[in-house]
Design a protein. Structure first.
Length: 157
């Protein structure tokens, strides 16, 4: 069951504190779990992402570095590519986590990729927890807040 109805999107990086937190933590955990599959020999900075479709299915991705850095894949784009490949085109939320639990947000390139497939109100949940147990609350943004003036089909006309 999609959680969009039950959870109010917070803005400006506010800490989330509503009933959806338990489910947000489960999504963050999915992002944490996939980090072990990351290929990060250069940065040693593993990132995992988990994106939820409107029907509740979750797709995960991790970063895959390449010696030619421009060919590296970011966790968010790997996750959304897997979802789109499997026929999904509507999403409710994305969790992003690094192995440093530093509140990492999607980079500009990933924000633009997300904007191609997601609405401005996509919830972006950033892991700021410490270790694998209970930590500080995640920070939440709306995609439109992270990328307010996206390049879109309309801007290309």
């Amino acid at each position: 069951m999609p959680l969009l109805e039950a959870v109010q999107v917070t803005m400006s990086g506010e800490k989330s504190n509503d009933a959806g937190d338990r489910d947000d933590r489960a999504l963050i955990e999915r992002a944490r779990e996939i980090q072990s599959q990351a290929h990060v020999p250069y940065s040693e900075y593993a990132v995992g992402a988990a994106i939820e479709t409107v029907d509740g299915e979750v797709f995960v991705g991790c970063n895959l570095e390449n010696a030619n850095f421009s060919n590296s894949l970011h966790a968010e784009e790997v996750a959304i590519a897997e979802a789109v490949k499997n026929g999904h085109g509507e999403f409710t939320r994305l969790a992003v986590s690094s192995d440093r639990r530093d509140g990492v947000t999607p980079c500009g390139m990933c924000r633009q990729t997300l904007a191609e497939f997601c609405d401005d109100d996509l919830r972006v949940i950033c892991d700021e927890g410490e270790g694998e147990g209970e930590g500080v609350e995640p920070t939440e943004y709306a995609l439109g807040e992270l990328l307010p003036n996206t390049i879109s089909e309309e801007t290309l006309e």
